[in-house]
Design a protein around this ligand. Structure first.
Ligand code: ADE
Length: 230
C-alpha cells in the first residue's frame, strides 16, 4: 500500500526465513504447506528451508548419533554433526537466531512469540531426536525453549509450535487483522481468548449469551474483556 504522507511503500519486504534442521523433514510437509503457513509463504511473509541432518552424518553410514560417555541408555546426537548443520544454515543466513527445543529450556510464552514476530527474526531451529544431544552443541545455540512440562520424542513438534505461533503474527498472514489486536491486551498468564458462538442461536438447549445478540458493541466489548481474563 502506498502511503502519500510518508512517501514509502508498505510492502512486506522483510520476509522472515526459518530453517529447520531435522532427521525427519517429511514431518513438516503438511504442516508448513497447509492453511496459514501456506498463506504466509504465498504472502511472502515467511519462507521455510528444511535441512536434513542426515546429510551431515559421518562415515559411509552417515552416522549422526553415538553412545553416551559414562554409560546410559540410548544414543546422543553428535555435536560435530549438529554444529556442521548449524554452520551450513548460517552460511546463507548469518544473522539468524538459533533455537533448540528441549524440556530444559525456557518456557515458550506469547510475549516471546510476539517479540520474535515484531523483530521479524530469522530463525534456525535444531530438532534433537532419540535420547538427546551432546551438550556441547548448546555453545552454538542462542535460545533453548520448552513448550510444556512433558517430554516428547523429538524437537519436531516443538519446532512446529514455535513456527506456527510466530508466523501467524507476521503482517499479511492472519485473516482478520482484528485477531492480533484482540491478543494485544493479553498477558502471558491470562486466557488468550473469549468464548465465541455462531449459528444456531440455541444448540441442544444451550443458548448464545444474550449480550452477544444485543447489538450493543460497548457491552459486547466489555463482556469479551471480562471473559478473556482467566
Ligand atoms: N523435547 C522433548 N520434549 C520437549 C518439550 N516439552 N519442549 C521442547 N522440546 C522438547
Amino acid at each position: 500500500m502506498y502511503n502519500k504522507e510518508r512517501m514509502w511503500y508498505n510492502f512486506n519486504i522483510n520476509m522472515i526465513k526459518i530453517q529447520v534442521i531435522t532427521l525427519f523433514p517429511e514431518m513438516f510437509d503438511k504442516v508448513l504447506n497447509s492453511s496459514m503457513m501456506w498463506k504466509a509463504q504465498q504472502a511472502k511473509a515467511a519462507t521455510f528451508e528444511l535441512i536434513d541432518l542426515r546429510q551431515f552424518g559421518v562415515g559411509p553410514r552417515k552416522q549422526v548419533d553415538d553412545t553416551p560417555y559414562g554409560g546410559g541408555d540410548g544414543m546422543l546426537l553428535k555435536a560435530d554433526v549438529l554444529v556442521a548443520a548449524i554452520e551450513y544454515a548460517k552460511k546463507t543466513n548469518p544473522n539468524a537466531k538459533v533455537f533448540l527445543p528441549t524440556p530444559r529450556g525456557t518456557q515458550l510464552k506469547q510475549s516471546m512469540v510476539k517479540t520474535l514476530a515484531a523483530d521479524q527474526q530469522d530463525m534456525i531451529i535444531v530438532c534433537p531426536r532419540y535420547e538427546g544431544y551432546d551438550e556441547r552443541v548448546t555453545d552454538y545455540v542462542d535460545q533453548q525453549f520448552c513448550i510444556g512440562q512433558y517430554v516428547l520424542t523429538g524437537g519436531e513438534l516443538p519446532a512446529m509450535v514455535l513456527i506456527d505461533s510466530v508466523v501467524r503474527l507476521l503482517p499479511n498472514v492472519l485473516g482478520g487483522e482484528q485477531s492480533a489486536e484482540i491478543e494485544s491486551f493479553m498477558q502471558d498468564d491470562q486466557n488468550i481468548e473469549f468464548p465465541q458462538y455462531t449459528r444456531p442461536e440455541e444448540f441442544r438447549g444451550v443458548k448464545v449469551p444474550d449480550v452477544l445478540l444485543s447489538g450493543h458493541h460497548a457491552q459486547i466489548e466489555k463482556w469479551r474483556k471480562e471473559q478473556s481474563h482467566g
